[in-house]
Design a protein. Sequence first.
Length: 453
Amino acid sequence: MKMENDLGREPISRLVFRIAIPSMLAQFVSVLYSIVDRMFVGNIPRNGDLSLAGVGVCGPIVTMVGAFAFLVGIGGTPLMGIALGEGKQEKASHILANCFVLLCGIAVAVTVLVLALKEPMLRLFGASDITYPYAQAYFTIYISGTIFSLLSVGMYQFIIAQGYAKVGMCSVILGAVLNIILDPVFIYVFRMGVRGAALATVISQAASAAFVLTFLFRKAHIRISFGGYSGKTMLRVLQMGLTPFAIIAADNIMIIAMNALLQKYGGDQGDVLITVNTIVQSFMLVLTMPLGGISGGTQCILSYNYGAGHSQRVIQAQKYIVGLCIAYTAILFVLARVAGPAFVSLFTGDEVLNAQACQAIRICTITAVPLGVQYAIVDGFTGMGQIQMSLPLSFWRKTVYFIAVFAIPVLTDASKIFYAQPISDVFAVAVSIPMYLVMIGRILKSRESYLEK
């Protein structure tokens, strides 16, 4: 199949927009997996708020499991992109084959381990005696379909890495639309409640995974093959994928910690505050996942041109990517203030809960624009294979967040915990921007020197 985009020769402005926009839209649509589930669950008659709190406890754990898809997907795609930039298609095919087998093995291992630790995990991460039955019901079914989730998200990255942005978008839209259709059927018609929400998501992810694998086996420029497996290659993939994995895992560990702290310090408002946090994190998904679509989807442009030694194209692409990230986060900053009440009303009709959630959303998005810059810088370094830069920058932001999350409820009211987000965003860009300006020239010059040898 002819490639949609020539990563090495087409004008950078056209490439960035033609890849970033479909990738952003794909991730925006994928947010519906989570939001639609929570919207329908929150409106279940009689026990909607408790059901939503139960699903909210599962949310960060489920997403943390999903981070393994990025460990392999974003770990392998920069390596494949650099190989393609060097003109080494056989090496690129070798990387793809190893990533497919590695991801399948991780999916099976994670499923078995997480199901075995199900109850202590849910209890530890914020499930009360009241919300545990709902959390357990959703969690068991969802985790049983982990292999579909990891394959659909992880292998999707290899479609984007080859420049097939529209095909990648279609794979995500397929799953999201199917999820929207099946959710009300299983939840309300079949009266399955939270079990229905989980089953609808698993079926939708299975359909998306089938689409992705069919394309990669039959139609892609670089296709999945069998054989030639290498422990060394797999280890290199895991090393490269450590940054995106750490980002997602740490984000969700923080949400888990927030739920546990809200339950501990929230008193009789513990379950209510967890419900608020569930709604807030749903909005933050609308902010961060499409943002990651822009900064992550365009990594293929950076990795290909870095591999080919086209330094000026790398710099030019990075400028456009930063601009798009800033534009998107600025829009979400405004929407958080203008459309926040309408968004929250999708989950609950309780006026007090609505007011609390709207205020928390406004707090978390105060520094949305700096967050966009942070994403562009960290994902840019990752796309060029510079994990020695991206990983410390990511951990710096997470460290600040963790300190704030644990300190705020001890020093003040538990509801103020949402200020941890803007605090970490400010400290992150204060370090990331100077680091990028100092190091990018050196990194590109070093690559040029390597290719001249």
